[in-house]
Design a protein around this ligand. Structure first.
Ligand code: PGA
Length: 271
């Protein structure tokens, strides 16, 4: 596991975007797993810059998003309506600014009338695409990946979940408050890829920033593996892992000295 610590949000965003860009360049048909939330916004902005200024080509890339609120989704009649869906978020922050094909974008359908069938279909589509090459992840303050809230099985698959009070609070503050949607009105359920689904991806890039994440980053990386911190499953993961965090998010880690040393050694010996 590579734990990369940088001073600023800008630095971690650029570093993360570079990892993604390198994978896209070496495999133009790669399958990316994408995350929403405030964390990856800077990474997506850098990817857009790389596309516009350096011609980074997404024309053959396929993407699968981690999650979506149930009851939200882009209204096809009004694609950029002011809904708070993750579908809209992705279009605004990334998709409309790069040359990805619409048919290569997969996001859980929060408007589905048959969520159970949809979840199975989503898992099948990931398999049909050959699996996820690189999964991008944030981390919730309760330790979640996607919406895998505490108590989710570490083998879980794509499914419907109820959101915790803490997630509702965080996402209300970050997204719903400004849209004049009350906390009661915001969706309380979601569709999410499972931890088991995420662990099947071939590579993981987890990004975190800010002091709000320092406690949970320490639990995730250095605490016990537990379904109470679902992202702690990272410790069981067998593929390549890059965890890219800023100083504030790294603040409660105990072994930062070693992580910095490892990064230097990896660079020196090209590991
Ligand atoms: P955030 O959310 O990026 O808005 O902090 C992360 C998450 O909930 O996974």
């Amino acid at each position: 596991m590579n734990i990369i610590i940088r001073h600023s949000y800008e630095q971690i965003s650029k570093y993360s975007a570079q990892i993604i860009a390198n994978r896209v360049k070496s495999n133009p048909r790669c399958v990316l797993g994408l995350a929403t939330g405030s964390t990856p916004i800077g990474t997506y902005q850098e990817l857009v810059r790389l596309h516009k200024e350096e011609g980074l080509d997404f024309s053959q890339v396929k993407t699968f998003n981690l999650d979506e609120y149930l009851g939200t989704g882009i209204d096809l009649e009004k694609p950029y309506s002011m809904d708070q869906s993750y579908a809209r978020f992705m279009h605004e922050e990334l998709f409309k600014n790069i040359n990805i094909k619409q048919e290569n974008i997969f996001i859980p359908n929060g408007l589905t009338k048959e969520p159970k069938n949809f979840c199975k279909w989503y898992e099948d589509e990931i398999k049909k695409a050959g699996g996820i090459d690189l999964q991008i992840l944030g981390i919730g303050r309760d330790g979640h990946w996607g919406f895998n809230e505490p108590g989710s099985s570490l083998g879980s698959r794509t499914r419907v979940v109820a959101l915790t009070e803490q997630t509702l609070d965080d996402n209300y503050e970050a997204f719903y408050k400004n849209a004049n949607i009350s906390r009661e009105q915001m969706p309380h359920f979601a569709i999410t890829m499972g931890i088991g689904t995420i662990l099947e991806s071939r590579e993981i890039l987890m990004i975190a920033n800010g002091s709000k994440k320092s406690g949970v980053i320490a639990k995730c990386l250095e605490g016990p593996v537990t379904a109470q911190i679902t992202s702690s499953a990272i410790q069981l993961y067998s593929g390549e892992i890059n965890v890219v965090i800023d100083d504030e998010a790294a603040y409660e880690l105990k072994n930062t000295h070693h992580y910095r040393h490892m990064e230097k050694m990896n660079k020196q010996y090209g590991l």
